[in-house]
Write a protein that binds this ligand. Structure first.
Ligand SMILES: C[S@@+](CC[C@H](N)C(=O)[O-])C[C@H]1O[C@@H](n2cnc3c(N)ncnc32)[C@H](O)[C@@H]1O
Length: 276
């Protein structure tokens, strides 16, 4: 477990570059620019609504950040507890909704075995850059789930930075091109200039859809299915701002959500699986 050298902000859990990235508290508004929900949020919530057990199931939201999904899940009747290593996020979450929250690490959960109906793991799998650490996080999710419980685990697509760079005209920038080259080759995303270029994101691991399915399956889960979250419309943020375009963009995302030939066009994947 890579705790040595981790940030003090997160009790040594997070790499300092990751803790620095979230220090401003921007994560609270990331998915609601101008107060409007993004395609990522709308589709992720749609998939949660379709694939989680029905409320009032017990949901453990691990890496839940400032409560982005815990808020609507709790409002929908779920019994939610949120876990995140950043005290700032836990405080923001506690302010945001009617659910409980605590500081913790996906690799070492405090919850009892077989105590949860569902685990939402939206964050740890892309911020844990070593395969051993992701294995620990998945093993912990498996341990706390009851038999038949559901895992929903988010990952970032291996192609995300290449597509982002293409659509935003960043691929001519040698710094960004080197980031993309490494992402495509090995999935290890690093930002060499986090202060100057925070939009290049922070330390992360980017999955292929097959790689994500393999990691979840090897952790003892069954019925593993990987969904593309945003679909091919994710670069259309200007069009998404016009609510008349929502139906078309959502139609495209749903139409190819599990199609292996285009799934990598989504910025994010969600793996849904069952604890046998
Ligand atoms: C981009 S935010 C995602 C927040 C929210 N779950 C969402 O999907 O919008 C990633 C979150 O993962 C959390 N995280 C990173 N490593 C973690 C770990 N080892 N255990 C638990 N959470 C972790 C971070 O602190 C951060 O809050």
């Amino acid at each position: 477990m890579a705790a040595a050298g981790g940030s003090r902000d997160s009790g040594g859990v997070l790499d300092p570059s990751i803790a620095d990235h979230y220090r401003s508290g921007y994560e609270r508004s990331r998915l609601f620019p101008g107060g409007r929900p993004t395609l990522e949020f709308v589709r992720s919530l749609e998939l949660l609504g379709r694939l989680l057990p029905a409320p009032p199931a017990r949901v453990l939201d691990v890496g839940g950040g400032p409560g982005t999904y815990a808020v609507p899940l709790a409002e929908g009747g779920y019994q939610v507890h949120l876990v995140d290593p950043l005290p700032l996020h836990v405080r923001q979450a506690e302010e945001a909704g009617s659910f409980t929250a605590s500081v913790g690490d996906a690799r070492r959960l405090d919850q009892d075995g077989e105590s949860q109906d569902a685990v939402v793991l939206f964050g740890p799998l892309y911020h844990l850059t070593s395969a051993d650490d992701r294995r620990l996080a998945l093993a912990e999710a498996h341990r706390v789930l009851r038999p038949g419980g559901r895992l929903m685990a988010m990952a970032i697509s291996r192609c995300a930075s290449m597509l982002d760079g293409l659509y935003r005209d960043w691929l001519d920038d040698p710094v960004f091109r080197a980031i993309v080259d490494r992402d495509l080759a090995e999935g290890q995303h690093r930002n060499p200039d986090p202060a100057g270029r925070p939009e290049f994101f922070t330390t992360a691991y980017f999955h292929t859809a097959a790689g994500l399915a393999g990691e979840v399956g090897r952790s003892g889960f069954s019925d593993v299915e990987v969904y593309g979250v945003e679909g091919p419309g994710w670069p259309l943020s200007r069009e998404w701002a016009d609510s008349r375009r929502h139906e078309q963009i959502l139609f495209a995302a749903r139409a190819v959500e599990t199609d292996p030939s285009v799934i990598g066009f989504s910025h994010h994947f969600i793996a849904a699986a069952t604890r046998g």
